[in-house]
Ligand binder design. Structure first.
Ligand SMILES: Cc1ncc(COP(=O)(O)O)c(C=O)c1O
Length: 377
C-alpha cells in the first residue's frame, strides 16, 4: 500500500460533544428527573420548534419511531398504497410496512439525488387515490419540496417529510422538517447533532401533536387507573437524552459550518478528477451532513475500489443508500421511474459517501484527499 494507515480511525460521521450536554444531563440527575418528563424535554422541544419554525415537537426514542407515528397520524391503513422515496435509508419506508400498507417507490433525480417530482406526478396519474407521500432529504440536501408539496396538494395527499439527515438545511429560506404535515428528524449518533439515539416528530397541528404524545406513552387515558382505548407505544424520549440534545442544539450552526468546510475542501480538491460532488439547487442551503461524489460513467475507478483503499488506511467511507426497489425485502413493490431510466441505481452504482466527520482535522482531510486522488491515477 502506498499510504500509511491513520493511527486512529477516521469515521464517516461521529458525534461531537461540547460539555453543555453533560451540564444538562447533570441537572436532570440532580433533580431526579431521569425518566420521560422534565425540563430538558420541554426546553429541547421548544428549541427545536424555534429553530425549525414549527408549532409542535414531540421528542421520541428514534427517527424511525417518529416516522411510525407520522404514518399513524396520516391514517395509513392496511392495504393502502404510499408513495415513498426510493433511494433512502430503509427506515424511511419500514413504518409503512409496520402498518401493513404497501410502499410504491418513486425514482430520484440528478439535481438533488432526492425524489423526482416528475416521477411522483406520473405515480399520481397511475394511482390518483394515493393519499400519503413520504419524501426523504438525503445527505443534508433538501428534496424539491416545494414542487413535491404542490403535487401533493393537487391530489389532496398528505406529505410526510423525512428530514432525518437534513436538520438545519433550507429551501427558499424555509427549514426542512417544516414542509410536511408531519416531519421527522433523527438524532442518531451519526447525525448533524445527536442525543445518542433519538428523533423528533414535528407538526403545526396541535391536536396531532397531542395524539402523538399520547401514542408515544402507551396511549394512556386520563383516568385514575390504567385505561387504554387503543394501542400505543413506548416511544417517548427520556429527559436524560433530551439533555444531550439541548446541549447539542447550541452547536448545530457550528456543526453545519464545519460540515460545509469539509464539503468545499473536497469540492475544490477534486475539481480536476472525473467526479461531481452531491449537488443542490441555488435555492437550497444544505446542512452538508455527508459529502458524497458521483464518479463519471467513463471512469474505470469504482466506489468500491476507493472504499477498500480507504479502509486499508483506517478511514471509513460508505456506499450510497441502496435504492429500495433493489432491496430483496421490497422486491415485490412497484417502482415508478421516467423513460425506462433507473436514476437511483445509477447513483448507487457510481456514488460514494466520503469521510465527513467534524472531528477530522484539516491535515487528516488533506491526506484523505491524496489517497482518494491516487485512486484515479
Ligand atoms: C433518511 C433516514 N430516515 C430515517 C432514519 C432513522 O432514524 P433513526 O436511526 O433515528 O431511527 C435515518 C437515520 O438513521 C435516515 O438516515
Amino acid at each position: 500500500m502506498k499510504f500509511k494507515p491513520f493511527e486512529n480511525k477516521i469515521w464517516l460521521a461521529s458525534p461531537k460533544m461540547h460539555g453543555d450536554e453533560q451540564k444538562y444531563v447533570k441537572e436532570a440527575f440532580d433533580a431526579n428527573w431521569v425518566s420521560t418528563v422534565g425540563e430538558n424535554l420541554n426546553q429541547f422541544e421548544v428549541g427545536i420548534c424555534k429553530y425549525i419554525g414549527v408549532k409542535n415537537a414531540v421528542a421520541l426514542v428514534s427517527g424511525t419511531a417518529a416516522l411510525h407515528l407520522a404514518i399513524k397520524l396520516a391514517d395509513v391503513k392496511q392495504g393502502d398504497k404510499v408513495f415513498c422515496s426510493d433511494m433512502t435509508f430503509v427506515a424511511t419506508v419500514n413504518p409503512v410496512i409496520y402498518e401493513k400498507a404497501e410502499p410504491i417507490f418513486i425514482d430520484s433525480e440528478y439535481e438533488t439525488w432526492n425524489m423526482n417530482p416528475k416521477a411522483l406526478k406520473k405515480a399520481f396519474e397511475k394511482f390518483p387515490d394515493v393519499s400519503v407521500v413520504v419524501v426523504a432529504n438525503l445527505y443534508g440536501v433538501p428534496a424539491k419540496l416545494d414542487e413535491i408539496k404542490a403535487i401533493c396538494d393537487k391530489y389532496g395527499a398528505i406529505l410526510i417529510e423525512d428530514a432525518a439527515e437534513s436538520l438545519g438545511a433550507t429551501l427558499n429560506g424555509q427549514q426542512t422538517g417544516s414542509f410536511g404535515a408531519y416531519n421527522v428528524v433523527s438524532f442518531n449518533g451519526n447525525k448533524i447533532i445527536t442525543t445518542s439515539g433519538g428523533g423528533v416528530l414535528l407538526t403545526n397541528d396541535n391536536e396531532a401533536a397531542n395524539y402523538a404524545r399520547k401514542l408515544s406513552t402507551q396511549a394512556r387515558e386520563p383516568a385514575p387507573w390504567y385505561q387504554h382505548e387503543y394501542v400505543g407505544y413506548n416511544y417517548r424520549m427520556s429527559n436524560i437524552l433530551a439533555g444531550i440534545g439541548r446541549g447539542q442544539l447550541l452547536y448545530l450552526d457550528e456543526h453545519i459550518n464545519r460540515k460545509k468546510t469539509i464539503y468545499n475542501r473536497y469540492k475544490n480538491a477534486f475539481e480536476d478528477l472525473p467526479v461531481v460532488m452531491n449537488p443542490f439547487l441555488d435555492s437550497m442551503k444544505p446542512n452538508y451532513w455527508l459529502s458524497c461524489f458521483l464518479i463519471d460513467e467513463s471512469c474505470t475507478t469504482t466506489p468500491e475500489d476507493i472504499c477498500i483503499t480507504l479502509e486499508k488506511c483506517n478511514v471509513e467511507a460508505r456506499p450510497i443508500w441502496k435504492p429500495m426497489h433493489m432491496q430483496p425485502v421490497y422486491a415485490n413493490c412497484d417502482f415508478i421511474s421516467l423513460d425506462g431510466k433507473d436514476v437511483g441505481k445509477d447513483i448507487f452504482t457510481r456514488g460514494l459517501c466520503l469521510p465527513s466527520d467534524i472531528n477530522m482535522t484539516e491535515k487528516q482531510q488533506e491526506r484523505i484527499i491524496k489517497i482518494i486522488s491516487a485512486c484515479f491515477e
